[in-house]
Design a protein around this ligand. Structure first.
Ligand SMILES: [Zn+2]
Length: 381
């Protein structure tokens, strides 16, 4: 088992069993196409080499070598539940307790997603998880903002189209409501620095009711942050419905909504987007296999949705890889995948710069105009 997990991180997409059968020209197109990702966690996306270096500097490495570190950071292919998958975040959070480490991993994540052809990304993390060694909420947020900025600059300096980054501050279901209010308040100070969203995440079984954090959501909304919430990694459609109480613009996951036609109708009516992550959901044991993920049914039922990795390292995955799997294992057509990708820009937390959203959409459209595979009117593959 140990070597299997680390191997998954290095394996080229051509040898990914879940992407088997994908035509080489389609894989090449998925690599090349400009991509937008809205659901990506900083602490689930560390480079193993960086994690090892930071852990050694902080005396947290326990004698691990790089292979052992990779094993620690990658989640099980099939956990028994969400809580088991969340264990993969313990070491990254222990490592990331100072500004230097937060800035570095943020910078590197921006570079990594740009290398994968991502043109727009929203990176999220829980500022209140990084204060165990005395870092303040404000300094911790500033450290991630700084890493996003220098990472963006480094990508630009490398030539090519560059990358646009926005940040989402995550409050935790397990934390005291007052701490969530503090996160929302501090996050709102950075709205002008590209922090444009507020989220609630964490174990749903132990803390199912998001209304405990209603005050934090209200504060974030009033300050101008986009509202999203993790829901449906436990508890099925009822748990997704419960998330509607905080009036989110988007829901992270929410895939079990497919079991409740009335809920799907409500999502459509209210224009709420599900930021879906089939690989991560499979790892968390929500669905028995990748092929069983309801993404195609949700999309074809007209529910607003986007496709995302959730965690690049925990899931040993790139966004191109998730698109390749959705094509090969879920049977979405290239045109359906492209619509998901473009739609991410439409619902992105880019309300701080609508002109930039328009420019990105125009750029995506210009790319698609030269790719018949992406714009063909054909329905489901
Ligand atoms: Zn997530």
């Amino acid at each position: 088992m140990r070597t299997d997990r680390a191997e998954a991180l290095r394996r080229p997409l051509e040898r990914d069993p879940l992407a088997a059968g994908l035509a080489p020209d389609q894989l090449a197109l998925l690599r090349r196409m400009p991509k937008a990702e809205l659901h990506l966690h900083l602490d689930g996306s560390l480079r193993p080499a960086t994690a090892l270096e930071l852990a050694r500097e902080r005396d947290l490495d326990a004698g691990m070598d790089i292979a052992e570190m990779a094993e620690r950071l990658i989640g099980p292919e099939h956990a028994t539940n969400q809580a088991e998958l969340l264990l993969a975040f313990d070491l990254p959070i222990a490592i990331l307790q100072d500004a230097e480490s937060l800035t570095r991993v943020s910078h590197e994540l921006v570079e990594d997603v740009a290398t994968d052809g991502t043109r727009y990304v929203e990176i999220r993390w829980g500022p209140a998880l990084h204060v165990e060694r005395g870092l303040s909420l404000r300094d911790g947020i500033a450290a991630v903002v700084a890493g996003a900025r220098t990472g963006t600059a480094a990508v630009s300096a490398g030539g090519g189209p560059g990358i646009v980054v926005r940040l989402i501050a995550v409050a935790l279901r397990s934390h005291a409501p007052g701490l969530s209010v503090a996160v929302a308040r501090e996050a709102a100070r950075f709205l002008g620095d590209g922090l444009t969203g507020f989220d609630l995440a964490g174990g749903e079984a132990a803390f199912p009711d998001p209304r405990l954090h209603a005050e934090a959501f209200a504060l974030a909304r009033a300050a101008g942050l986009g509202i999203t919430i993790h829901a449906g990694e436990w508890g099925g459609a009822a748990q997704v419905r419960r998330a509607l109480a905080v009036e989110p613009a988007r829901i992270a996951h929410g895939a079990p909504a497919v079991d409740d036609p009335a809920l799907m109708a409500e999502l459509r009516t209210r224009g709420i987007t599900l930021d879906l992550c089939p690989t991560s959901n499979t790892q968390a044991g929500i669905f028995p296999s990748y092929a069983a993920h309801p993404l195609p049914r949700l999309v074809r039922a007209g529910v607003s949705a986007t496709l995302n990795t959730d965690d690049r390292t925990v899931s040993a995955l790139t966004l191109t890889g998730e698109y390749a799997r959705a094509r090969a294992a879920l049977g979405l057509s290239m045109a359906e995948l492209w619509r998901l990708d473009r739609h991410a820009l439409e619902v992105a937390f880019l309300h701080d710069d609508e002109a930039l959203r328009s420019r990105l959409l125009a750029e995506f459209d210009a790319f698609a105009a030269s790719q018949a595979d992406l714009t063909t009117a054909a329905g489901p593959a």
